[in-house]
Design a protein around this ligand. Sequence first.
Ligand code: 8YV
Length: 314
Amino acid sequence: MSEAVEILVVAPLMPFLMDALRGQYTVHDRLHVSDPAAFAAVAPRIRAVVANGEAKVPRELIAQLPALEMISVFGVGYDGVDVPAAHERNIPVTNTPEVLNDDVADLALGLLLSIARRIPQADRFVRDGEWLKGPIPLARKVAGSRLGIVGIGRIGQAIAHRALAFNMEVAYTARSPRAGLPYTYHADAKSLAAAVDFLVVITPGGAATRGMINAEVLQALGPQGYLVNVARGTVVDQPALVEALKAGVIAGAALDVFIDEPNVPPELRAMPNVVLTPHIGSGTRQTREAMAKLTFDNLLAHFAGQPLLTPVDA
Ligand code: 8YV
């Protein structure tokens, strides 16, 4: 039998993916972090890297792996991977598009409804016995309101589709107008924010979108406006958001992603007009299993000399 292919896992992965990987490969689980000396010894033999959406695969790591043939990302977002550095060496990068569209879009609408109707706050109100003292304050109606989507890729369109069922008016911003979409286009986030009640962020992370939702955009969203982020923490200027929430520049925010996960600023955690979730956009068993299968199948395809299922082309 030929020697098992050696791979480096650079992030904590789901047990069912780790089991599948261990059944097929010799897996070095985050050895570059836990034992750099041992890693240096195996690095020349590593032929694949497996990451997740939040992991970093920088140029320096790629340079330490002379035998690297592919990088398989468990996640649709690959902003942590230095794709140009990989492609310079003809190392393909794969991700897990499509299979998580429904879940992330569901969560976006769930967060939007939660912050508008104050569902988590209402839950606490009942648990804490506050109801016995009187009624809860009135919330914000969703039907008939205006939704602005920042990023109208596959997940953005799934969010729009759901929003139509809630009788929302949909507009979006993207680098350029998308032909064939029946939604109003805005050239930038500020113009979109000024025109909507709810601003939902679902654009890729990385340098191009870093801090895109800044103080000016929040100002444009205004004191009746709500921000929902299911993309990457980097897309929002988090300190500016905290300030905007404190000062009533916007009405509230519902956030699934943060700059320095799992750390969430205490100020945000203490605010009543905020709903917070721990990066669970794709976090259902069904979807995570589908993502794991795609991550694994891309590796299998590569080492069998077959075309990759979902290569990243940027
Ligand atoms: C993570 C994500 O990959 O798909 C993405 O880009 O951010 C998530 O699905 C997931 O949390 C696994 O770490």
